[in-house]
Design a protein around this ligand. Sequence first.
Ligand code: GCU
Length: 427
Amino acid sequence: MPFSRILGITAALLFAMSHAYAPPEGFNYDEAKVPHYTLPDPLVANDGTVITSSRQWQQSRRTEILELFETYVYGRRAQLPTDLSFTTTSIDTHALNGKATRKQVTLRFEKEAHRYALHVLIYLPNSAKADVPVFLGYNFNGNHTIHSDPGIHLSTVWMRKNDNGNVNHQATNDARGKSSSRWPVETILDRGYGLATAYYGDIEPDHKNGWKEGIRDFYQTDENGNPLALEDWSAISAWAWGLSRIMDYLETDPEIDSKRVALLGHSRLGKTSLWAGAKDERFAITISNDSGCGGAALSRRAFGETVERINTSFPHWFNRTFKQYNGNENALPVDQHMLIALMAPRPVYVASAEEDIWADPNGEFLSAKGAGPVYKLFGLKGVGVKSQPPVNTPVGNHIGYHIRTGGHDVTDYDWEQYLGFADKHLK
Ligand code: GCU
């Protein structure tokens, strides 16, 4: 190879490496250029009534806000399955060198056709004496990627990525353990927690035509029995619905304490976890890791990713009405602090990363802070600080928040905070 060619390749590589985390151009990353905005007040009802008690919140305002998010952002969700079934497909009481019991459970939604299967991987600490609290979260690339444990079934469905051991969008054995840095399984077990995870693509493949192979093509009515068109709900709503079905299973597992389930998700799956935690009050804690636009970040700030951009790049994530707010965030009847508030009085945690400016870390913080007045109705403390704390300085009580150094990812540092938060509230 000529020397000039080698030089060229090296330069290209260096360029690619230095730009690996560069956020898209043409968006605002300057705090001084955030547009002026006024947030809708979670404590003022649609008819103008000021909400002053936790009772009023629980009896009416909470439902109003849920309906606003359904109508304007995430859409509705399907009816309950009439033939939900759980099959334990494998169990190993000596997994991970005897540290854990590993179970794999398949959830099905229909008796006859068996088109959809949600495969749940569960690790429980063998040291546990009583029912264990668990962390539950979807994974991006299949259950087999969260740990190199060869006993984990290899996923056979469509994979979004075509690298890291996937060939033609199908997983191969080379993909095993590829996402393990995001899932410190042994640490979770040592701290006395179980872990349940599933691949979100089991519910609906994550691309704009994914609904054709997902449950959105199957259910015709919503949870209230009303007709449900494709655009009335969204992929995020479908994925969130799947998390509730996993909870249905967890409630039946005698080894698990389903009253102590901490739901977590990263990025698009953080958006999904927030919507699932808002809809389903069985989740004891909800954790958003770098969820950004359409997750924890305030839409009105239009900092980094905007409503228009997310609706254009990922048209399937939100419902059709949300598209009306492209470039018009101020007209939205809700903003994302109201989504965080829907967790009240249950503890909620929002995490950001310093270099993840696409997700608007300060917008994520302001949203967590903006949910505070609702927690106050319950006599509970929110983030407890006026402005975004310095990096690696977690704050908050019932609303936890941190911004850590580094980029868009789930790290041991993040898990350390989530485990501590769970210890504080679940033990
Ligand atoms: C894209 C998208 C984000 C999303 C992220 C992810 O960056 O713009 O909204 O959170 O993907 O899920 O990794």
